[in-house]
Design a protein around this ligand. Structure first.
Ligand code: PHE
Length: 341
């Protein structure tokens, strides 16, 4: 019997000293496996004199159960401890604020373009595109600017090594392309796209920018139609009540011609860097399609008339958002771009 209580003490003490799963397994093999100390103690029963067997059997059973359950408790405790250690090691603080995913957004120019498309689409205009690399013929000659015409200086551009091939300086050559594709059908289109200018880059002018050309050709189209269309457009784009100013101007491809200004939203008309201290911001050029251009496009100017306009979406974005320098648009600085949700 003292053997048994010694065995119990020894098993308990060693179990308490076990520190990890490997130690626990060694302990189990030593005490509980088939040839372990506990089965050995049970086996000794057979060698005892008959009168001692009952008491020994009882005691060894109690011992077996106690050691077995101590083992199970230790297994559970060790498992819990290792789980807790794992959790602290791979600590996850669920109270930390999450990381916001970066979401891209439309460029301010794209946003204006979409608004412009939608307004003109509702007025029955179709959207066409021209090409960025144009011919001298379409960019100048057929727009009533023959070689050597002084107005070409206002639209100086980048030339390719191929004679007569250049980067278009305005979307107006698209007028010729659309007319050639439609004559003598009536036309009502807008032509958005990029333009290029060889000129000094300043707060108001870039070497690359967008334009949206508009063209309507048909019978009995008047300057009144042009004005009505542009006023309706401005009301929808800027909200009702902005002032528009039609200023006499000159373009070789329209007659009469006008430039249209909106009152400067940045300075409220007082005068600032963007509006060149005039209180007005020029947003487009327009006019009645010149008879020469109509004829170049395949329309008889005796029968047909038309109007055209060309506007700058960056100018419009500047006006809408109070941006005072056009160079921000294509610097691709995300701190600028991400302001336009
Ligand atoms: N193409 C002109 C420009 O770039 C704008 C314009 C378009 C003027 C159509 C009249 C008619 O300045």
């Amino acid at each position: 019997m003292t053997d048994l209580s010694q065995l119990q003490e020894q098993a308990d003490a060693e179990l308490a000293a076990v520190a990890d799963e490997a130690g626990l397994e060694a302990w189990r093999i030593k005490y509980l496996s088939r040839k372990g100390l506990l089965p050995q103690a049970v086996d000794r029963l057979g060698a005892l004199p008959r009168e001692e067997r009952a008491a020994y059997g009882k005691a060894v059973n109690v011992l077996k159960q106690s050691v077995q359950s101590a083992y199970e408790a230790r297994v559970a405790a060790l498992h819990e401890a290792s789980l807790a250690a794992e959790l602290t090691a791979e600590g996850l603080d669920v109270t930390l604020p999450g990381r916001r995913p970066q979401v891209g957004r439309l460029h301010p120019t794209s946003r204006i373009l979409r608004d412009v498309y939608s307004i003109f689409a509702h007025m029955g205009f179709q959207i066409y595109t021209g090409v960025d690399v144009e011919s001298d013929l379409n960019n100048f000659q057929l727009l009533n600017m023959p070689e050597g015409h002084p107005a070409r200086d206002m639209w100086d551009t980048f030339y390719t090594l191929t004679p007569g091939v250049l980067l278009r300086t305005h979307t107006s050559p698209g007028q010729i392309r659309v007319m050639h594709g439609h004559a003598p059908e009536p036309i009502r289109v807008i032509l958005p796209g990029k333009c290029y200018r060889y000129e000094q880059v300043t707060a108001r002018s870039e070497m690359m920018f967008y334009q949206v050309e508009g063209l309507a050709v048909g019978e009995n189209i008047t300057f009144g139609d042009l004005k009505g269309t542009l006023v309706a457009f401005a009301d929808q784009l800027f909200g009702e009540g902005r002032r528009l100013r039609f200023r006499c101007s000159h373009f070789p491809f329209t007659e009469p011609s006008a430039e249209v200004d909106v009152d400067c939203i940045i300075c409220g008309g007082k005068g600032c860097r963007v509006c060149k201290y005039t209180g007005w911001l020029e947003i487009l050029g327009c006019g009645m399609v010149h008879p020469v251009v109509l004829r170049n496009g395949g329309y008889d100017p005796e029968r047909f008339s038309g109007y055209a306009f060309g506007m700058g979406p960056e100018r419009i974005a500047m006006l809408r958002h109070g941006i005072d320098d056009i160079r921000y648009f294509y610097n691709n600085d995300v701190r600028f771009l991400e302001q336009f949700a």
